[in-house]
Design a protein around this ligand. Structure first.
Ligand SMILES: [Zn+2]
Ligand SMILES: [Zn+2]
Length: 183
């Protein structure tokens, strides 16, 4: 593990939400948000309403801006969000999760909680001066955010789909070169 569990979960959730805004949009129904909720073990208030979904959809550009910012810009955004949403870090322990940080009331609106949790996660990345863990997908046509939590920092693509597409393209290019060599 590169960062603490809650930090990694917060970063992964933010990247998933930011990337859901890529074409084709994958956060269009309440069920899509439910899936994100389950995948990243969110707790607290969850209305399952169109209004809540729309609010979360609306913060995706902000999440992307923070995840792709340089270090100093990331600091500005983190401080701004923490101030704006009255973040008060508190240690919490619940369900299967050992002590971790909650920085905002679990009964507050989900979109704000996601912004604050992302800001809290980015604090660790900024302090570790490890923003190269975040980048943009190496696929030519893709603007997806890449989060690389691997030990050897080998991750270049935002998704398996982008990784596979490029592996196939690289294979074809190699084949073309070999065919040419044989001519
Ligand atoms: Zn918690
Ligand atoms: Zn991609």
């Amino acid at each position: 593990m590169v960062f603490t569990h809650d930090t990694e979960l917060g970063l992964q959730a933010a990247v998933t939400l930011a990337n859901s805004a890529q074409e084709p949009d994958t956060l269009t129904g309440v069920a899509d948000l439910d899936a994100v909720w389950d995948e990243f073990s969110y707790t607290g208030r969850h209305e399952r309403t169109r209004a809540e979904l729309d609010a979360v959809r609306a913060i995706r550009p902000q999440l992307r801006a923070l995840l792709t910012a340089d270090r100093d810009r990331a600091v500005e955004l983190v401080n701004d969000w923490l101030r704006t949403y009255d973040a008060v870090p508190q240690l919490a322990r619940h369900d299967q999760f050992d002590w971790h940080i909650h920085a905002i009331d679990p009964d507050g609106p989900l979109d704000r909680r996601i912004l604050v949790e992302t800001a809290m996660a980015m604090i660790d990345v900024i302090r570790a001066d490890d923003l190269t863990r975040l980048g943009v997908c190496a696929d030519d046509g893709c603007e997806g955010v890449v989060l690389d939590l691997s030990r050897n920092r080998s991750r270049r693509f935002c998704s398996t789909a982008c990784g596979n597409r490029n592996a196939v393209a690289a294979y074809r290019a190699r084949r073309r070169d070999e065919d040419r060599d044989e001519d």
